[in-house]
Design a protein around this ligand. Structure first.
Ligand SMILES: Nc1ncnc2c1ncn2[C@@H]1O[C@H](COP(=O)(O)OP(=O)(O)OP(=O)(O)O)[C@@H](O)[C@H]1O
Ligand SMILES: [Mg+2]
Length: 262
């Protein structure tokens, strides 16, 4: 590469760094059902609520954007059901189409783009260690596009072992080779069934053995979350008392820890 090309690349990169104010947080886990969409939407709600409170200017584009890249457009169905005045973020779904996210990310009004992704069990079994295992598919291309610009990944795991291997795979095979910082989020701790926290402590120990950074406390399993999608509710709309308050606090903690990592 000539010196002039190197210099122009450096200038382009510097210009990008100045222009891009948004941080991209990708919620990713190879296995389905660990809570990616629930975490993406509610963390965006908590981050968006704080931004609205501190910003005060509701006429401008929202500083927080929730984006969904799955083909089904899960996020859209959820967010479209939320009352407009209760939605403290903008949302967009790409349905795995490329080139939609970059324009949002480079919009100077945006501060946080929280991206919900689909599971990706259909990986390339022959991919060598350190090589991209995502294979060839529309989902794989959409994932690669967001991973390219990700500043942080949130990786959900459950106390039940069913998601542990996929959590490790996501971190070791997808995030670490790309140098993307990550934060493990324990979801679905059942305070009723796991009263003495035996299962919770097992998953915490498993995460800590691997030196993975994690949100200190889990998101608890509450029925209120199960109906949030069909009811079009966000944790920021939950009541400020009883279980609903606890449920809301769990996501506030995720949003706060996420901010500390950025
Ligand atoms: N903390 C929780 N308490 C109760 N229910 C939860 C909790 N987190 C997620 N759920 C429920 O578990 C199911 C799976 O969650 P979600 O859809 O967020 O997972 P996902 O990782 O996005 O799944 P997919 O890979 O299929 O997109 C949903 O029915 C959701 O309502
Ligand atoms: Mg989902």
């Amino acid at each position: 590469m000539s010196t002039s090309t190197t210099l122009s690349t450096a200038i382009d990169t510097a210009a990008d760094a100045v222009a891009r104010t948004a941080k991209v947080i990708v919620v990713i886990q190879q296995k389905g059902g660990a809570g990616k969409s629930t975490i993406a939407v509610n963390t965006a709600a908590c981050a968006g609520r704080s931004a609205v409170l501190s910003n005060g200017d509701e006429s401008a584009g929202a500083p927080v954007v929730a984006a969904g890249i799955d083909v089904q457009g899960t996020l859209e169905k959820w967010c479209a059901g939320v009352r407009e005045e209760a939605l403290p973020f903008d949302f967009v779904v790409t349905r795995s189409k490329l080139n939609i996210l970059p324009s949002i990310i480079n919009d100077s009004e945006r501060r946080r783009i929280i991206v919900d992704t689909p599971g990706f069990l259909d990986v390339d079994p022959d991919a060598e260690w350190g090589a991209d295992p995502l294979g060839e598919s529309r989902t794989a291309d959409a994932l690669r596009e967001v991973l390219e610009v990700a500043d942080l990944a949130l990786v959900p795991i459950t106390p039940s072992k069913i998601t542990w291997d996929e959590c490790e795979y996501t971190i070791e095979r997808v995030l670490k080779p790309r140098g993307i910082p990550f934060l493990v989020v324990i979801n679905m701790h059942d305070p009723g069934k796991d009263k003495f926290e035996a299962q919770l402590n097992k998953v915490k120990a498993w995460i800590d053995e691997r030196n993975y950074p994690r949100v200190a406390d889990p998101i608890r399993r509450y029925t209120i979350h199960e109906h949030a999608y069909e009811n079009g509710t966000l944790v920021t709309e939950y009541k400020m008392s009883g279980t609903a308050l606890k449920a809301r606090e769990d996501f506030m903690r995720v949003a706060l820890t996420m901010e500390q990592m950025l």
